[in-house]
Design a binder for this molecule. Structure first.
Ligand code: RUQ
Ligand code: CUA
Ligand code: CA
Length: 635
């Protein structure tokens, strides 16, 4: 419809660029798109042949074989990585460095292996948050205490429907979802550091607020909001509204500032309009001041949410203590992340080859927020996201160049604006990386050993599987600054992971069996008199336990048209023995981990015999673990 932006490759260009890894000479295929000036032509070429266009000489390159990513049978990984599943709507749990996928946690999707969305509780949770059958998870963030992962919660956004979800990391299950009524598309997600006092969802798409039919074709009246939730209980507290759009977000480390990018300062609705200006914003929200405004009643209630006016012309932004500050940064910035020491917020330029460094303390000192910009480093084409190793280095993905660039943060502050000098090394990735994440990069103390780069394309990397390719999540070892970044693993991933959080394994303490006290429903033990079938009109209530190798009842007889509720408990004490209650042709699929109780309600609308079976292979007599639902015809 509109012209391709100059810095975005057309699909033809991109395919030329990314076939460079095959038998064609990678050097010459890639050279026009590569930035060798940093390294000087000679080292650049050598580096490129080794897959690395860094300042390091070829001799210093260690091969991947020097880094041990093998986790032998029977041994555990050092880290958990939580990857968002994108439009799969889930979270994937990997072990690092093995990159073995350990588990998936359904969030916004209905998922049959875990019975998620089938039992009454999870079904109602999805229904009560909009009733959608899918979501688009991008940014999984683990709760922190004192800027360190505490292993309690994981929060993630739904870019599709404007929601935020909370995952309980004791049970690795989604336990709450909030529908954010003033959002159409929640993109960024992050908690307020250092202690996860609030959780933020960043509203990306500008709409009329409230979006009730007013101002349909008057985009100047549209806005977007930053939504704040309390972590526990997980409740929506307030929104703050801006005129521009909001994109990614990250928190300062001191509980004061929260940062988002905005790529649509133009308030446009077409690609051309949204890329018209030379600069857009990093939007800096002063959280204590916004909370004071809420406490003082300086808000309008919209869709039941207190909405504070943080627009550029808001009276609340006049004077010495503005609620929201708008810092100009080059064209259509994307990621923003705060350095581990809490000093700087770094925004990636996306359509501009630079990352902008904002000194956070200065936001309270300067009259013009642009005076808080203390550095701008030329990193390469299409910078999207930045991660940290805790040794003063930043790692930024270059979507267009298909590289990761490592650079020195303080050198960027010392260098002239726009300089390439702070760049230390560039390494090819395969291909078109979005996010990257280093171990504990979002905390005050990154571990500095592993880095995962989440590539959008995986041309030529894996056996062909038809026209939909897997993503490629590439693992790098970054623990040796002399050797440079080392690519050690390609990991195919079902579409489409976006961001991730990597957490040291010893910070989590998941349960292997449910504690019945934590359940929503009362646990049923086999000795209880409660193992019963009860009828009230056409409502049948069944309480039963499961254990190897039988259900609480050998058969259950109901009448055609009855509404049947089965509350079922897995009374096994032994870990890893899962049972389920599956009923053919009734869409019943409840999964029960040891000591778990769930309930499911359905209508027995067709007379006949229906075998109730257990879908998890739980014992040698798993196939014999069954019961009959007998539906008698109505007369
Ligand atoms: S942002 S497109 Cu994480 Cu790069 Cu969602
Ligand atoms: Cu229980 Cu199979
Ligand atoms: Ca723009």
């Amino acid at each position: 419809m509109t012209n391709q932006h100059a810095t975005e490759p057309t699909s033809d260009e991109r395919s030329t660029d990314t076939t460079a890894g095959d038998e064609r000479d990678p050097l010459f295929a890639r050279i026009p798109r590569r930035d060798f000036m940093v390294a000087g032509a000679a080292t650049g070429m050598m580096g490129s042949l080794a897959g690395c266009t860094g300042l390091l000489s070829g001799d210093d390159q260690t091969s991947a074989a020097d880094v041990d990513t093998e986790v032998p049978p029977g041994e555990h990984d050092d880290y958990y990585a939580f990857l968002s599943g994108g439009h799969s709507g889930d979270i994937r749990v990997y072990g690092v460095p093995s990159m073995r996928q350990l588990m998936r946690i359904p969030v916004f999707n209905v998922e049959s292996a875990r019975g998620y969305g089938f039992d009454d509780e999870t079904h109602e949770m999805l229904q009560n948050s909009g009733g959608y059958t899918w979501g688009d998870t991008h940014h999984p963030r683990v709760s922190q205490t004192d800027n360190t992962y505490d292993g309690e919660w994981l929060f993630v956004n739904d870019k599709a429907n404007g929601r935020m979800a909370r995952i309980d990391l004791e049970y690795f299950e989604t336990d709450a979802i909030i529908d954010l009524p003033n959002h159409q598309g929640t993109h960024g997600a992050c908690a307020l550091m250092p202690d996860t006092r609030l959780v933020f969802g960043v509203g990306e798409l500008r709409v009329p607020i409230p979006n009730d039919g007013r101002d349909l074709d008057d985009p100047s009246e549209y806005g977007s909001t930053l939504s704040a939730m309390s972590a526990d209980p997980f409740d929506h507290e307030w929104d703050v509204m801006v005129d521009c759009n909001l994109d990614n977000g990250d928190s300062g480390k001191e509980g004061e500032w929260f940062f988002t990018t905005s790529y649509n300062s133009e308030e446009g609705v077409t690609e051309q309009e949204m890329t018209a200006a030379d600069t857009d914003y990093v939007v800096a929200f002063n959280i204590p001041r916004i909370e004071d405004a809420v406490d003082a009643g300086e808000y309008e209630e919209i869709n039941g949410v207190p909405v504070v006016d943080g627009t550029e012309d808001s009276p609340l932004n006049d004077g010495d203590e503005p609620l929201v500050r708008y810092v100009d940064v080059p064209t259509n910035p994307h990621g923003v992340s705060v350095t581990p020491d809490g000093r700087y917020a770094i925004a990636s330029g996306k359509l501009d080859p630079t990352c902008t460094v904002i000194e956070i303390d200065r936001l309270n000192e300067v009259d013009d927020p642009n005076d808080a910009v203390v550095g701008r480093v030329n990193v390469g084409n299409g910078p999207l996201h930045t991660a940290y190793d805790g040794r003063g280095h930043a790692y930024t993905t270059l979507f267009v160049d298909s590289q990761v660039v490592k650079w020195d943060i303080e050198a960027a502050v010392d260098a002239e604006m726009g300089s390439e000098d702070p760049v230390i090394e560039k390494h090819d990735v395969h291909y078109s990386p979005g996010h990257l994440i280093a171990a504990e990069s979002y905390t005050g103390d990154p571990q500095g050993d592993w880095l995962i780069v989440l590539n959008k394309l995986s041309k030529d990397r894996f056996l062909p599987v038809g026209p939909v390719f897997p993503e490629n999540d590439q693992l790098f070892y970054i623990g040796d600054d002399d050797a440079g970044m080392e690519l050690v693993k390609d990991t195919p991933a079902y579409p489409e992971p976006h961001d991730a959080s990597i957490v040291r394994a010893d910070r989590l303490d998941p349960a292997s069996v449910y504690d019945p006290d934590d359940l929503e429903l009362d646990f049923i033990s086999p000795d209880d008199e409660e193992n019963f079938i009860e009828r009230d009109g056409d409502q049948v209530h069944i309480e039963m336990y499961n254990q190897r190798n039988h259900f609480g009842f050998d058969d259950i007889t109901v009448q055609e048209g009855d509404e049947v509720t089965i509350r079922s408990t897995n009374i096994e004490q032994e870990e890893d023995i899962i049972h389920s209650v599956a009923i053919p042709q009734h869409d019943v699929n409840v999964k029960l981990a040891p000591q778990e109780t769930r309930e499911v309600t359905f209508t027995a609308d067709e007379p006949g015999v229906y075998w109730i079976y257990c879908a998890y292979f739980c014992s040698a007599l798993h196939l014999e673990m069954r019961s009959r639902l007998l539906v008698e015809p109505a007369d």
